[in-house]
Design a binder for this molecule. Structure first.
Ligand code: CP3
Length: 349
């Protein structure tokens, strides 16, 4: 399933850190590194809608590669969205102007779960795999490419809420009220995600990241009951030898449970101290994070000092991938993003 790695990729700082091997410099990449904060991205987006951009392998390649090269980061991330997988499962997805994602036919009743189709045919997502192949061949040979998917809980939140939400009251009420139907929905999302991620790895992604962006809305008992078994099955189903990053936000009370579910690298956001979080996770995993994305709105000297602060918490231990605790926000000054990367690369443990 996983194509063999070239020596340049195998020995890249990012893949070494995923395997917890020492690196000369700490590898860094940034979630949403290709996004609206960047003028080159806005220029492409002025011509096409967000979904058209995702569905054009040529344009997805352009924005992915431009961002990675302009920033000088240690990994590129496929340009796509976690919600694309919902279309072939039977959801009617729209990115409405100024509103964010909208799903016009959300799951609201247990019987609605029956219309969530299995992803037996990956054909409708072929544009993603074509983008992976095209990005892989456009990147410099030693720069790893990250493929990704939304984790089932976060996808279920969108599928049930029908869009973004502050408290996830519809999704969580569904989970509390109908645990059986919830598990069927989660199992379908899990099956689809395993097939989708393995196909991304087969097309040329070296690392896979699962975005469980909203899982911090749950307490530990609900995570253990309603999410962890599905996540454990998902990680167990991924192609062996392809490192997986397990990302979430606001997960301070869930870290050990997430680690037990799986992933070679665990994401930490800025609400946890990186050294404390890593101590709780133990030596068997690498960590990714954890600068507050809003720090990038501070003066450059403060950005650099905060970067050094995160690196000091990591203390030069093998297995730290520098990142923000969540995605770059629109309006972030590009100069500060470049300063962040420069500061990480200038650092010697
Ligand atoms: O990181 C990258 O550069 C790769 C591309 C990427 C996008 N979305 C592009 C995008 C990735 C990895 C995602 C993941 C994603 N999408 C997540 C998980 C990550 C996270 O932030 O927690 C989530 C929750 C989504 C769903 C989604 N997509 C939302 C809520 C929105 C609207 C929010 C907003 O900022 O408007 C999107 C749209 C989206 N996805 C944009 C980009 C660059 C902005 C679209 C635009 O150009 O207008």
């Amino acid at each position: 399933m996983s194509p063999s790695l070239s020596p340049a990729l195998r020995e890249s700082p990012f893949l070494k850190a995923c395997r917890r091997e020492p690196t000369e410099v700490t590898p860094v990449w940034l979630m949403r590194q290709a996004g609206r904060y960047m003028p080159e991205y806005r220029e492409v987006r002025a011509k096409v809608s967000f979904l058209e951009l995702c569905k054009s392998p040529e344009l997805a390649t352009e924005v992915t590669v431009t961002a990675a090269e302009r920033l000088g980061v240690d990994a590129a991330i496929l340009f796509a969205d976690i919600l694309l997988i919902l279309e072939p499962l039977g959801f009617d997805l729209e990115f409405a102007k100024g509103e964010g994602p909208v799903i016009h036919n959300p799951v609201r009743e247990p019987k609605d779960v029956d219309r969530v189709r299995p992803l037996d045919d990956l054909g409708p997502l072929d544009y993603v795999f074509r983008a992976v192949r095209s990005i892989r061949s456009a990147l410099r040979p030693g720069l790893p490419l990250i493929g990704f998917a939304g984790a089932p809980f976060t996808l279920a939140c969108y599928a049930i809420e029908g869009g973004g939400s502050r408290h996830y009251e519809k999704a969580k009420a569904f989970m509390f009220r109908d645990p059986g139907a919830w598990d069927v929905l989660m199992a379908r999302l899990t099956d689809a995600t395993i097939a989708y991620l393995n196909a991304q790895a087969g097309a040329g992604a070296q690392v896979l990241q699962l975005f469980d962006s909203w899982v911090g809305a749950l307490g530990p008992d609900d995570y253990r009951r309603s999410v962890q078994p599905h996540m454990a099955r998902l990680f167990a189903g991924l192609a062996p030898g392809v490192p997986a990053i397990h990302f979430g936000t606001d997960t301070g009370s869930l870290l050990e449970l997430q680690r037990d579910a799986g992933g070679d690298v665990i994401g930490l956001d800025w609400r946890v101290d990186l050294a404390d979080g890593w101590a709780r996770l133990g030596p068997g995993v690498a960590v990714q994070g954890n600068l507050d994305p809003v720090v990038l709105f501070a003066p450059e000297a403060e950005v650099r000092a905060r970067v050094r602060g995160v690196l000091a918490r990591a203390g030069g231990r093998p297995g730290h991938i520098f990142n923000l605790g969540h995605g770059i926000l629109p309006g972030t000054p590009v100069a500060n993003v470049l300063a962040l990367i420069d500061e990480v690369h200038a650092h010697r443990a």
